[in-house]
Design a protein around this ligand. Structure first.
Ligand code: CA
Length: 234
């Protein structure tokens, strides 16, 4: 039998903690619960969990500080962190992502959504399991041969559109912030205004989406960034 994936759940709300632990254990994960930020940090160091689920509103230290600390330790800096938060504030989510969280999930969340996020985050930490092809519904991107096909027809993108779409596809299933996308594609001195990003995304959607107003491949997370439909290959 495979060694169980070990999840550290840092959450001060007893009900949420118990419910989430039970759900995850029923899905075959091993769960350790911490109820404060300090306890979470100490268990992260001693247990080296495979993944951390982190509530941002903790009684002792702020969840964002927990992310910063974990990311500053060399040995543990690679652990995927999924932020769970009742607070539906875009700024806070963006902040957590930019401090190094891998993803976020907003309370109340469904079990299927939680488990999908966990799988995505774990897979992205093991890139060798990622194929060189993105495939979902009718869209296929070959990162090596550098082509994009929709229902078998080749799609022609500009250089910038191609870079943007492949960056999202390589991280499919994960949200990438506007800031991260602009910095990665246009460099650190780019105008932080989102206009250039929105224009390119509109062009991409016109080329790959049947109805650009209701995209099925690249979703907008309002105030945060874009998330591409999870690849079915690899
Ligand atoms: Ca809390």
């Amino acid at each position: 039998m495979n060694k169980k994936i070990h999840i550290l759940l840092i959450e001060d709300d007893n009900n949420v903690s118990t419910y989430t632990s039970t759900t995850l254990e029923n899905s075959g994960y091993k769960v350790t619960a911490a109820f404060t930020g300090k306890e979470g940090l100490s268990l992260t160091a001693s247990l080296c969990p495979d993944i951390i689920l982190l509530d941002l509103g903790l009684p002792d230290i702020d969840g964002c500080e927990v992310i910063e600390q974990i990311r500053s330790w060399r040995d543990n800096s690679n652990i995927p962190i999924i932020v769970i938060s009742a607070r539906d504030s875009e700024d806070e989510k963006v902040n957590a992502l930019e401090l190094g969280a891998d993803d976020y999930i907003t309370k109340p969340f469904g079990n299927a959504e939680l488990i999908a996020r966990i799988r995505t985050s774990l897979r992205h930490r093991h890139p060798h399991t990622q194929g060189t092809i993105y495939r979902a519904k009718e869209l296929e991107i070959d990162f090596e041969k550098r082509y994009i096909r929709l229902a078998g027809e080749e799609i022609h993108l500009t250089q910038v559109e191609y870079q943007l779409l492949t960056l999202l596809a390589e991280n499919s299933g994960r949200v990438l912030t506007y800031h991260y996308l602009i910095k990665t594609i246009w460099g650190p001195y780019a105008d932080s205004n989102n206009q250039i990003l929105r224009v390119n995304m509109a062009n991409i959607r016109r080329k790959i989406e049947k109805n650009p107003a209701q995209p099925v491949y690249v979703f907008t997370e309002i105030g945060i960034g874009y998330r591409m439909l999870e690849s079915e290959s690899g």
